[in-house]
Design a protein around this ligand. Structure first.
Ligand SMILES: [Mn+2]
Length: 468
């Protein structure tokens, strides 16, 4: 198994000592599932050490000209790419735990007058997209304190950050975290069908959302039900619709073979060897959560965390992760329900009003009015109504105060398996027109000036000539 490099381990130990010698602590963490998980882990460490602390879940633009006011300031899942220490003074103590590309090198701490410690996997030759998340780094710090019971949150963080999206499993430093959580009895990992909604979605609904390739079952519940019937997979147990988690090994085997067969008929030859990887991947189950709840499956749990951040209810997400479930769980149900309703409404509108436009190599929609935090989620869901061979790009206004554009891209995992990295392409294209962007191969985004939309589209489209 992967080992934590000694140099990194030493830094985690230093971070631990800095925390132990501080009394007044502030945490800034990123406003997504990974960042909230990171924040929850750090806050739990501080609770257990009886350290006074505040936590703020923020977007990256909130870090400009940040006042450093506390004895110790912790940054998690952000900070490496921002000048967060611009206003630090000689007494400041700063710790950054981030896996995004750093703008300062490892020796930076020797050049400044304050106590500065940054732990970033990229300083140590470790990949930050697939090998460790922000929450993972926070967990590795918790591990230094002996809090291995927090490892499951590190697993959730990695899944929320899509660290498994390339290989279909957790690897690198993530495998250390996973191993701890399995040893602690909190997580079970096993190879399963790669359908979203393992615990809570009726199987025929989960099947109908299959969108990496358009199949007869895609967006078609009748076909999905017929498929299950053909395979002799009962739809219900008592009054309840069965979910993927209800299926036994032989049922899953039949479904796996059938999906592989259907997909192999549909995809161009050069993609065929990726098909099994598209149908099955590792899943992660939280053993202390109840069966058939969205907290049981890591992917569903991460969706609920994202629903909180996208509705500015990070407080609820933190409560849930820190184990204060009584009221927070009811709140979370309401937020998740409202989130799903909002998504469904907008997807319906885009589809009904024929809002998906096509260029040679890309497809896009103008999501005017859609909240910028969810335009990516919607792009991913609307992919099944378009052409899976092209990436789907959504545009919307950044916020009420900022009329520039947020751009989000989602694509079939097949394109990523084939080696296209849309995160790198969108970074390049947005930069060339005065914006900024980046992200994963299958899910990425950018911010661009309002009047550059057409230029963005044509440049992006041209970039893909001969690639797609
Ligand atoms: Mn992250």
């Amino acid at each position: 198994m992967e080992k934590l490099p000694l140099k990194m381990k030493q830094l985690f130990n230093k971070a631990k000592l800095m925390i132990e010698s501080s009394e007044d602590i502030k945490i800034y963490s990123h406003n997504d599932c990974d960042g909230i998980s990171a924040g929850a882990i750090l806050s739990t460490i501080l609770d257990r050490r009886e350290k006074d602390h505040d936590i703020e879940i923020v977007s990256l633009d909130k870090l400009e000209n940040l006042e450093i006011e506390n004895e110790l300031t912790l940054f998690s899942d952000l900070g490496s790419g921002q000048e967060v220490d611009k206003l630090a003074n000689n007494d400041s103590k700063i710790i950054i735990l981030d896996h995004h590309p750093p703008i300062r090198d490892l020796n930076y701490r020797d050049k400044v007058s304050y106590n500065y410690l940054e732990i970033n996997p990229l300083h140590h030759g470790i990949d930050g997209s697939y090998h460790v998340s922000g929450g993972g780094l926070s967990y590795l710090l918790a591990r230094e304190f002996g809090y291995a019971d927090l490892s499951w949150i590190g697993v959730l963080a990695a899944i929320g950050d899509m660290q498994n999206s390339s290989s279909g499993k957790l690897e690198g430093l993530n495998s250390i975290i996973l191993n701890d959580s399995v040893n602690q009895g909190y997580v079970q990992s096993f190879n399963d069908l790669s359908l979203y909604g393992r615990q809570t979605r009726p199987l025929f609904v989960a099947l109908s959302y299959f969108s990496d390739v358009n199949l007869p079952i895609t967006n078609n519940r009748t076909e999905s039900i017929a498929l299950m019937k053909d395979l002799g997979i009962p739809r219900k147990v008592g009054d309840r619709s069965r979910t993927l988690s209800d299926l036994d090994i032989s049922e899953k085997g039949k479904l796996f073979s059938e999906l592989v067969k259907m997909l192999s008929k549909e995809v161009p030859k050069r993609y065929i060897h990726y098909v099994p990887k598209l149908v099955a991947s590792d899943s992660y189950e939280f053993m202390m959560e109840e069966n058939h709840t969205f907290l049981r499956d890591a992917a569903e749990f991460s969706t609920a965390m994202n629903a909180c951040t996208r509705n500015n209810r990070e407080d609820i997400a933190l409560e849930i992760l820190k184990g204060n479930r009584t009221d927070a769980l009811d709140q979370l149900e309401i937020i998740s329900k409202e989130h799903r309703r909002y998504l469904a409404q907008n997807i319906h509108r885009i589809e009904e009003e024929d809002m998906i436009k096509n260029l040679d190599n890309i497809q896009y929609f103008d999501g005017n009015g859609i909240k910028s935090q969810v335009v990516g989620t919607i792009a991913g869901m609307i992919l099944s109504y378009g052409d899976w061979r092209k990436p789907m790009i959504g545009f919307t206004q950044i916020s009420d105060e900022d009329e520039n554009l947020k751009v989000s891209l989602r694509c079939s995992r097949l394109l990523a398996y084939d080696g296209i990295h849309f995160g790198n392409i969108i970074r390049k294209v947005s930069k060339s027109i005065g914006g900024s962007g980046g992200g994963h191969s299958v899910a990425c985004g950018a911010y661009i000036p309002l009047d550059k939309k057409e230029e963005f589209l044509s440049t992006f489209n041209n970039q893909l000539n001969g690639i797609l």
